[in-house]
Design a protein around this ligand. Structure first.
Ligand code: F6P
Length: 342
């Protein structure tokens, strides 16, 4: 049995821990051979491979990024993409694929399995934590930790200068990072993509915070939108999955706050810092368990499935269940956190 492994979409801390666990258990327990495909689906379409065996995965557990590389290549938008994938699977004698990715990468895996019978097992990753059917994706805990530390640091400088500090965090469709880091970091306003925000209300919270003689921290997810306007974008170019490059709302909001309240407002965009570096202990634990269960799904011939965390158990769910609908922040949960605004 030869198993192909690829990592697609935005990188996230814990990808290497999955690769290590898949290879370690597959080779040691089941005597499988492995081959890595470089840069997500691009490697499989173009036949770009990386040798993968136990020596190749030694020492990678705490390393961020992915030893296989990643890209947002969509084989369904690439000329003869599926035909080339099939040819390369035959050429490299690959019997099964482990695809590690988010909504887009797993959406491709689900389609390849359902429409072309390509045997895929999915492993969910994204710092955004917006994949359905799993309680958590690895990478999220690390990102929340990084954002929380940044908010903690920004409190002291905001208070020294009595400035509003707007912190823009990642979160395209879901505000999980904003919500968790904002709550953990004691933010005074948290804005998420799921709920359009009212700039006047934000300014009222900012003003009331200054009355308590502290400087406010406003956490805004990059995908958050004002009530009476569109998404603020610096760059409307789309990737091959149709996503625009986000970021800009933080800067826009700081200008609005400054103009309306007369208080100095500055922005910090955390950007890719949230995705970089070593994974947290929780993410190493989750990614490793996902990897161990993914190779078991391959052994069982349970294709078209994704490993998922439900409670403390790792279960298998149809990949399509995870990609059909995103897991977004429940309005009730957002309301619960609102007691700390202002
Ligand atoms: O999907 C994860 C994510 O980090 C999003 O939060 C963000 O919008 C996007 O990736 C950024 O992608 P890129 O690194 O391609 O700019």
């Amino acid at each position: 049995m030869k198993v192909g492994v690829l990592t697609g979409g935005g990188d996230c801390p814990g990808l290497n821990a999955v690769i290590r666990a898949v290879v370690r258990k597959g080779e040691q327990e089941y005597d499988y051979g492995f081959i890595g495909f470089k840069d997500g689906w691009r490697g499989l379409v173009e036949g770009a491979t990386v040798p993968l065996d136990i020596p190749a995965v030694r020492g990678i557990l705490p390393r961020g990024g992915t030893i296989l590389g990643s890209s947002r290549t969509n084989p369904f938008k690439t000329e003869n993409g599926v035909r080339r994938i099939k040819e390369n699977l035959a050429k490299y004698e690959v019997d099964a694929l482990v695809a590690i990715g988010g909504e887009d990468t797993l959406g491709v895996a689900a389609k390849l399995y359902e429409e072309y019978g390509i045997p895929c097992v999915g492993v969910p990753k994204t710092i955004d934590n917006d994949l359905n059917a799993t309680d958590y994706t690895f990478g999220f805990d690390t990102a929340v930790g990084i954002a929380t530390e940044a908010i903690d640091r920004l409190h002291t400088t905001a208070e020294s200068h009595m400035r509003v500090l707007v912190v823009e965090v990642m979160g395209r469709h879901a505000g999980w990072i904003a919500l968790h880091s904002g709550l953990a970091g004691g933010a005074n306003v948290i804005l998420i993509p799921e709920q359009r925000f009212d700039v006047d209300q934000v300014c009222a919270w900012v003003t009331s915070r200054f009355k308590a003689s502290y400087a406010p921290i406003v956490v805004v997810a990059e995908g958050a939108m004002p009530k009476d306007g569109d998404m603020v974008l610096k760059d409307a170019t789309k990737d091959s999955f149709g996503h625009v490059r986000l970021s800009g709302v933080g800067e826009w909001l700081a200008k609005e706050i400054e103009g309306r309240t007369g208080k100095e407002a500055r922005t910090t965009v955390l950007g890719h810092i949230q995705r970089g570096g070593t994974p947290s202990a929780f993410d190493r634990w989750l990614a490793t368990r996902f990897g161990l269960h993914a190779i078991d799904a391959v052994r069982d011939g349970d294709f078209g499935k994704m490993v998922a965390l439900q409670g403390t158990d790792i279960v298998r769910v149809p990949i399509a269940d995870a990609t059909a609908k995103l897991k977004t922040v429940d309005p009730e949960l957002y309301k619960e956190v609102g007691v700390f605004f202002g």
